[in-house]
Design a protein around this ligand. Structure first.
Ligand code: RP5
Length: 157
């Protein structure tokens, strides 16, 4: 089977975020959207974070999903360095019930948006990524229509 170029880049601040981000992978697999998944900390690996976001577009990625907990700057760092849409997933991991990462991710200064989903909502991040890619992909749009139909019939994701 040919290896497909990833369209979605999932990045997370720590390996400890991985169990939660598997939900995003399940959705992307369901829609047949190729993705890659990497652990890159904005704080502990700042150079790798910059390099990843700067090269993302020329590597063929179309959307970045960035997940981090606590003082969650990863999505913002991604958005600072690319014109690709960045979806932020605030991860619940600290003492503040995830409010720390939610505010860090969603409260971007004007001009540098991060489309932030709910705390630990890797599922919604992936669905939103599929919807963004579907803007230029009729086959994906059909799959999304079927998915909506399944949701209306009781599908839980
Ligand atoms: C953030 O701090 C990570 O995204 C993770 O959610 C949290 C805890 O990281 P570890 O201490 O488990 O590496 O940077």
């Amino acid at each position: 089977m040919a290896i497909q170029t990833p369209l979605v880049g999932i990045v997370m601040g720590s390996a400890s975020d991985q169990p939660k981000m598997q939900a995003a992978e399940i959705i992307l697999d369901r829609f047949g959207v190729p993705y890659e998944s990497n652990v890159i900390s904005a704080h502990r690996q700042p150079e790798q974070a910059h390099e990843y976001s700067k090269l993302a577009e020329e590597r063929g990625l179309e959307v970045i999903i960035a997940a981090a907990g606590r003082a969650a700057h990863l999505a913002g760092v991604m958005a600072a360095n690319t014109i690709l849409p960045v979806i932020g997933v605030p991860v619940h991991g600290g003492h503040l019930g995830g409010a720390d990462s939610l505010y860090s991710t969603v409260q971007m200064p004007s001009g540098v948006p991060v489309a932030t989903v709910g705390i630990d909502q890797a599922t919604n991040a992936a669905i939103l990524a599929v919807q963004i890619i579907a803007c230029h992909n009729p086959e994906l749009r059909e799959k999304l229509r079927s998915f909506k139909q399944e949701l209306s019939q009781g599908l839980k994701v």
